[in-house]
Each structure stands twice: as C-alpha cells, then as structure tokens.
Design a binder for this molecule. Structure first.
Ligand SMILES: [Zn+2]
Length: 103
C-alpha cells in the first residue's frame, strides 16, 4: 500500500500492458492533461473495477459501484486522486478550453 510514485512512473516502461503497481483495473496508460490549474493525470476506470462509492468533485454526487468513471490526480500526488464522472470531467476541461484527454 505504500506505492511511491513521486513522478510519472511509466518512463521505464516500454509500452502497454502490466504495470508494476497494485492498482488493478486500469484500462489505459496514463494520460496527462494540462488545465489552468496545473497538470492532471487521468485514467479511465472500468465499471468492473469500480467497487466502491466515490464522490465526484464535479457535481458533488456519488459515483455508484459498477459505474465506469475517471480517476484524476496531480502527477506527483497519486495519493490525492479523485474520482470523477466522465461528463463532469469533460465539462471541467471544456471550461478550461482544453481537450478532456491527452493524446
Ligand atoms: Zn459528477
């Protein structure tokens, strides 16, 4: 549980596939987006991997288990990650006039 990820941890990793960490259920490699308030790492979480109730900071409503959504955190603060409804995150990104996902 003490996975340290001070920096983007995919530098030593050639491509897709298994990551060394214990966070199961990630669908894609990290994407980092830049918004007005800084950089954010964004990962989609599958419904199957969403086993807890989270509160979306975008709408202040709950994300029920089994709902595919996004996990977002500052790249150097993985312990501070937040769970967002996908539409809420997209709205936030649109408000910043930036695309919701990095290429
Ligand atoms: Zn929401």
């Amino acid at each position: 549980m003490t996975r340290r990820a001070r920096r983007r941890s995919d530098r030593h990793q050639g491509g897709h596939g298994q990551r060394g960490g214990g966070l199961a259920g990630w669908l894609l490699p990290d994407a980092v987006v830049r918004l007005r308030d800084g950089e954010w790492t964004v990962r989609p979480l599958s419904g199957a991997a969403a086993v807890k109730v989270y509160r979306c900071p975008g709408c202040d409503h709950e994300i029920n288990p089994g709902t595919p959504h996004l996990v977002v955190w500052p790249p150097d603060e993985v312990a501070d990650r937040r769970h967002w409804h996908r539409p809420c995150w997209e709205r936030r990104c649109r408000a910043a006039r930036l695309p919701p996902y990095a290429d």
